[in-house]
Design a binder for this molecule. Structure first.
Ligand code: MV4
Length: 490
């Protein structure tokens, strides 16, 4: 593969191209009219305009992307995350055009794209799963029978859902009929598929996922876990690797389970297997994401492996150069997602121009971004502007580095979630490692953040005053010294 097209934008397009260049591979960017000035366009060896700003007219138009690849002679297409990355039809069209899709086969994308199909695929692999059913259900009476068998509370999930969309917690029999019907019509409206199923509801879980990597020769390894419990309305906010709570024994079991899930769908490339971990440290397979994830850098830092490089090598048909026994965790990595949102105003999108944009630099600090000072944040796409990643010898060091890096990240012109990231990093529940997926709901409110701001301002004022007084004193001493000196001269 001498040239690849990156069918994405922003930080991830830029990040993929950096690795491609490192490997001596030429890069082709695609872009919309809103992204003419983007770093991913400037960095690429060639760039092709797809169309107007809306993704439905640019980054999601398969034919335009295939044409761009053919016109430029790209031999591979990397889809990044979001957009067409988990579209089995796109993966197939790419292959049909004689171009290499840098990702799994369409079959794996399709199976894992449907939660019921995923459950069925892994059935014979001895993977721990939440008690529940494996078929779609529409009959309320049957749902009641099953719910009573597994016990309330239960969770209704959409088969075609994912990332928490279309989920409903049901506490008792009385609520069940209404919630069932709502879940079905919601799933129908959102995914064009009204299939729902039932699981026992795990009340206070941690969300832990395992990074896997598979080649086309049957070798599969895992690159340990990422802890992603700190999320707000299914939007991850802070991620870390390793998790503060996994023991080596549980890690090994989860890793083995993840490898079996990958095996079950003939997985190729980099993928992520999601688990829930309950209070008693039982883990359950949830779903598999068949793409490179936003938070992949924390796994890269603790494993020393460039995941994009591995994706490209696997796509070229190469064998993995390492086995499970060659892999180990070194240090601790943390990622804070920086969104153009106002944490004090219910995370409303914050639009505007990055009048000031200066990223922190230093050992153990990595910033994956796709913006420069003076650029506007387009309203058409995901509002994530960057990922701030820190790496230290241990968890405390990574957290401390993160707090300092947030202080040294200067953004003006728009509001960002950086203060919110700092709030998390300074919170006792986070620093102690004792938190679950309800962290944000339980501990965050705009008032809490305001309170911290006010305190910081007070400290700043006191420090300022002390400096001033100190200065005055020094001035006086200096004057006295200088007048004495004057005297002694005369
Ligand atoms: C669950 C659950 C509790 N019990 N399943 C949300 C995203 C999707 N991947 C599955 N999710 C959940 N499934 C059972 N049986 C709780 C969640 C969940 C969650 C999971 C991961 C991260 C954040 C979450 C926030 C709320 C609920």
């Amino acid at each position: 593969m001498r040239k690849i097209l990156v069918a994405n934008r922003g930080e991830i397009a830029f990040r993929i191209m950096r690795t491609a260049r490192k490997m001596g591979i030429k890069t082709v960017a695609v872009y919309s009219e809103a992204d003419r000035q983007s770093p991913h366009v400037k960095f690429a060896d060639e760039a092709v305009l797809l169309g107007p700003a809306p993704s439905s007219e640019s980054y999601l138009v398969m034919d335009k992307i295939i044409k761009a690849a053919k016109d430029t002679g790209a031999e591979g297409i990397h889809p990044g995350y979001g957009f067409l990355s988990e579209n089995a039809i796109f993966a197939q069209i790419v292959e049909d055009a004689g171009i290499t899709f840098i990702g799994p086969k369409p079959h794996a994308i399709q199976v894992m794209g449907n939660k019921l199909a995923a459950k069925e695929a892994v059935r014979d692999y001895d993977i721990p799963m939440v008690p529940g059913i494996e078929e779609a259900i529409t009959d309320v009476a049957l749902a009641e029978k099953i719910a009573n068998e597994i016990g309330f509370p239960i969770l209704i999930k959409a088969a075609a859902g994912g990332g928490g969309k279309g989920m409903r917690v049901v506490e008792n029999n009385k609520e069940l009929p209404e919630q069932m019907n709502r879940a079905i019509s919601e799933a129908e409206a959102a995914f064009g598929d009204g299939s729902v199923f039932i699981e026992k509801y795990v009340g206070s879980p941690r969300h832990i996922e395992i990074q896997v990597l598979a080649d086309t020769h049957g070798n599969i390894v895992h690159l340990f876990e990422r802890e992603c419990s700190v999320q707000r309305r299914h939007q991850k906010v802070v991620e870390e690797a390793p998790s503060a709570v996994l023991t080596p024994a549980i890690r090994e079991k989860m890793g083995d389970a993840a490898i079996k899930v990958a095996k079950a769908c003939d997985y190729v490339g980099a993928g992520t297997v999601e688990f829930l971990l309950d209070e008693n440290k039982n883990f359950y397979f949830l779903e598999m994401n068949t793409r490179l994830q936003v938070e992949h850098p924390v796994s890269e830092l603790i494993s020393g492996i460039d995941l994009v490089e591995q994706q490209i090598k696997v796509a070229r048909g190469e064998k993995l150069e390492f086995a499970q026994k060659d892999l180990k965790i070194t240090g601790h990595a943390l990622e804070v997602r920086v969104y153009a949102e106002d944490s004090l105003a219910d995370f409303m999108p914050s639009i505007g121009t990055l009048s000031t944009y200066q990223t922190p630099v230093g050992e153990g600090i990595r910033v994956d971004d796709g913006f420069e000072e003076g650029m506007e944040v387009p309203i058409y796409y995901d509002p994530m502007i960057s990922k701030l990643i820190t790496y230290g010898k241990n968890r405390d060091e990574a957290i401390q580095l993160m707090i300092e890096a947030i202080d040294n990240y200067k953004v003006e012109g728009i509001s960002t979630t950086l203060p919110f990231g700092k709030f998390v990093c300074e919170h006792e529940a986070f620093t102690s490692g004792k938190f679950d997926t309800h962290f944000v709901k339980n501990f965050y409110s705009p008032e809490e953040l305001e309170k911290k701001y006010a305190e910081e301002r007070k400290i700043a004022a006191v420090v300022g005053l002390q400096l001033y007084l100190e200065n005055q004193k020094n001035l006086k001493t200096a004057k006295a010294v200088s007048s004495n000196w004057q005297k002694s001269r005369t």
